[in-house]
Design a protein around this ligand. Structure first.
Ligand SMILES: C[S@@+](CC[C@H](N)C(=O)[O-])C[C@H]1O[C@@H](n2cnc3c(N)ncnc32)[C@H](O)[C@@H]1O
Length: 346
């Protein structure tokens, strides 16, 4: 019993009218809470990623994936009065939430990060001291049913991070060939039943059943997948694949990493958090290729001094969330942070 409130009425003991007023206010409170939940994102590897940037007080930094600004706020807290932070997000609601940061050192840009160099040039910025990419989607995107990212809800099948442009998944499914669909699901979802899923989707479509909701898609996939990891929804891999494809996530990353090389000043840091092996492999490979510039066949007659100088040096090993972080935020479980430092090579 709570001290001092032994005689506090329970809801059941209140007269009916009073009880409904309480119910109404608790409904409002619950709605507020669920809106809050939809609007909040628990930042993954917060300390680790911002530490990795080795923020200099008067440095210029880029957060390529603002989300709800967890990393951005921490970077701002470490910057001095002359520092600058430019944040990007392709999602309009993320950008809206960024507008709540009233800080002269901070700028938020609505753009995909593959336009990094061009957008920074428009702001008169040619060199930066650190770039952070926290890839993938945010909790508000997954948890807002109408965005169509999740099989937990039945909602229009959209999945675009930037709802101001591009095809929705429903539009893609309406026209994709069976072969293209199969390749997307196999390559981006590493799904072994990709062919069967593609065949079933196209058969449904040819029978006149347009696939326009997450619920319909999840049901079709569940019918085509006969084996999947325990505890996992059979549609997990297909949803991941379609999301990656529709948002061109891998293309975005491969277009952006070379720009980071050009933008980073010597000793500038690149920190990338990936959430699946396809991205992590790309990041690892990119850093490795820039670090080890000898890509010539063994015994190729070239002097070591004639090889191009490495442009990146990796910093430490890949960092994963601690067990405590995973327990507090299970969505962090697949995160991997890789960090590299720009050398002075041109
Ligand atoms: C994992 S969340 C970032 C969360 C953020 N670090 C925080 O602490 O709140 C990823 C965000 O990056 C955005 N995003 C993903 N790919 C993008 C891209 N190519 N260009 C710009 N934004 C992108 C998504 O819209 C999403 O808001």
């Amino acid at each position: 019993m709570i001290k001092g409130v032994q005689n506090a009425p329970t809801q059941a003991s209140l007269p009916l009218k009073k009880a409904s007023a309480t119910q109404a206010s608790s409904q409002v409170e619950n709605k507020d809470k669920s809106l809050q939940a939809i609007n909040s994102h628990i930042t993954v590897l917060l300390e680790e990623a911002v530490d990795a940037l080795a923020v200099k007080s008067d440095g210029v930094y880029v957060d390529g994936t603002f989300g709800r600004g967890g990393h951005s706020r921490k970077i701002l807290a470490r910057l001095g009065g002359n520092g600058r932070l430019i944040a990007f997000d392709r999602d309009l609601s993320a950008v809206e939430s960024g507008k709540a940061i009233h800080d002269v050192r901070f700028t938020i840009v609505h753009s995909h990060f593959s336009a990094l160099q061009a957008k920074l040039a428009e702001l008169g910025i040619r060199k930066v001291d650190g770039i952070l990419l926290d890839l993938g989607i945010s909790s508000p995107q997954i948890d807002e049913a109408s965005r169509g990212f999740s099989f937990r809800f039945d909602a229009p099948l959209d999945m675009r991070m930037d709802q101001s442009r591009g095809l929705t998944v429903a539009e893609y499914l309406a026209t994709a060939t069976e072969q293209h669909l199969g390749e997307v699901i196999k390559n981006y979802g590493e799904e072994r039943f990709a062919k069967q899923i593609a065949r079933t989707i196209v058969a449904q479509r040819n029978d006149g059943h347009a696939i326009t909701t997450t619920g319909q898609l999840a049901k079709i996939v569940a019918g085509a997948v006969t084996r999947f990891e325990p505890g996992q929804n059979p549609a997990t891999r297909t949803f991941q694949a379609l999301r990656i494809f529709i948002n061109q996530e891998l293309e975005e990353l491969s277009l952006t990493m070379p720009q980071c090389l050009s933008l980073l000043a010597p000793q500038g840091r690149l920190a990338v958090i990936s959430f699946h092996s396809l991205e992590d492999r790309m990041v690892k490979q990119f850093i490795r290729n820039q670090e080890n510039t000898d890509h010539l066949p063994a015994n190729f007659p070239v002097r070591a001094a004639d090889l191009p100088l490495p442009k990146l040096k990796s910093v430490g090993k890949a960092i994963k969330p601690s067990l405590a972080e995973i327990k507090a935020n299970p969505r962090s479980r697949s995160a991997v942070l890789r960090v590299a430092e720009r050398t002075s090579a041109i």
